[in-house]
Design a protein around this ligand. Structure first.
Ligand code: FE2
Length: 326
């Protein structure tokens, strides 16, 4: 797809669920309450059978945000895609789901199959139609669900947005080329966070926040429908992505919660009070950002940024578009 075709394809897309797989759902729920102050809008144990006849049981707690949801899953029995993901990669963000118009579902599934990704799991019932794709070279699962599938009515909706889903990779160009080709998500705006583009930064190294002289990570970003997709390649410096790359190679690394500028300082106080370590922070143009090291507690990192409007990218940041503008 070209730059313009991708832009047109973004409108109205709905990535309605991000799945975190865990070994103990009650631990995860306790930590999400402690750290995010979050309460689930639905908690249930599900027993079901895949189209291949795999019977499974899993515990689910779903946190509904304004734009999407975070679904915590503990596989209990049955060799599902989530159980296999947990065995292979350990706990963490496993899957993003996209809602597809019912009349386009079969064609979309066939399109993934034509790219070499036949569904590894399907569930087709009166109440729902879902297919999962396993992309080992991206370290992720991706799910599509027919939009006429039954929807949960949440008992509670958190009045915040999960603004972004991130994939961290050793090769940003290779990864965004695959995302553009398979998910038709793009075009990506590429930029480099370096000492010349960033202000007021700090990175934790050996347990202490330091104003390091040398760091670089490349970011590719595109807001697509209800969420922003981001791909990051660490290059140099004591970065929050390094251990993940060593351990996982590639995969979903963090989500981003946006905070009103007026509440920014309070956010730091709240996390400090909960003994959550600040991993790094900086300021790109008018936008403050930071990462909290929540990996041990909730199995993924948490990025935050202010809702200040990025009216002009700082000098020295922008690299280019992929695919190139046409
Ligand atoms: Fe991010």
């Amino acid at each position: 797809m070209t730059f313009q075709e991708l832009k047109a394809r973004n409108a109205g897309r709905n990535f309605d669920q991000i799945v975190v797989v865990v070994k103990d759902i009650f631990d995860e729920m306790a930590e999400l309450r402690r750290i995010y102050g979050a309460a689930p809008g639905d908690v249930r144990t599900v027993t079901c059978t895949t189209d291949d006849g795999v019977e499974f049981t899993e515990k689910r707690a779903t946190y509904f945000y304004i734009n999407t949801s975070l679904c915590v899953i503990e596989p209990v029995s049955g060799e599902t895609v989530y159980k296999k993901f947990l065995d292979k990669h350990g706990e963490g963000i496993a899957c993003v789901r996209e809602r597809i118009a019912p009349d386009k579902f079969d064609a979309e599934e066939a399109r993934y199959a034509s790219k070499g990704f036949a569904p590894v799991q399907k569930i087709t019932k009166d109440c729902c139609k879902k297919s999962w794709f396993e992309m080992d070279d991206l370290g992720i699962l991706f799910e599509i669900i027919s939009d006429d599938s039954e929807k949960i009515t949440p008992s509670y909706v958190i009045q915040d947005k999960i603004q972004q889903i991130n994939i961290t990779t050793p090769d940003v160009y290779d990864t965004i080329a695959k995302i553009v080709d398979r998910m038709e998500i793009g075009p990506f705006e590429l930029g480099a966070q370096t000492p010349s583009a960033l202000r007021d930064w700090g990175f934790r190294e050996d347990g202490v926040i330091k104003k390091v002289d040398d760091f670089k990570f490349i970011i590719a970003i595109i807001p697509c429908g209800n969420i922003e997709w981001e791909v990051i390649q660490p290059v140099t410096g004591p970065l929050v992505y390094n251990d993940f790359i060593k351990r996982r190679g590639i995969g979903y690394h963090h989500i981003l919660l946006e905070v009103a500028c007026a509440n920014w300082d309070k956010t730091f106080e709240t996390y400090a009070a909960n003994n959550i370590e600040l991993a790094c922070f900086g300021k790109l143009g008018p936008v403050d950002w930071c990462y909290f090291d929540t990996e041990e507690q909730i199995k993924f990192y948490t990025e935050m940024r202010t809702d200040a409007v990025m009216d002009k990218l700082p000098d020295g940041y922008f690299i280019g578009w992929y695919p190139e503008e046409n």
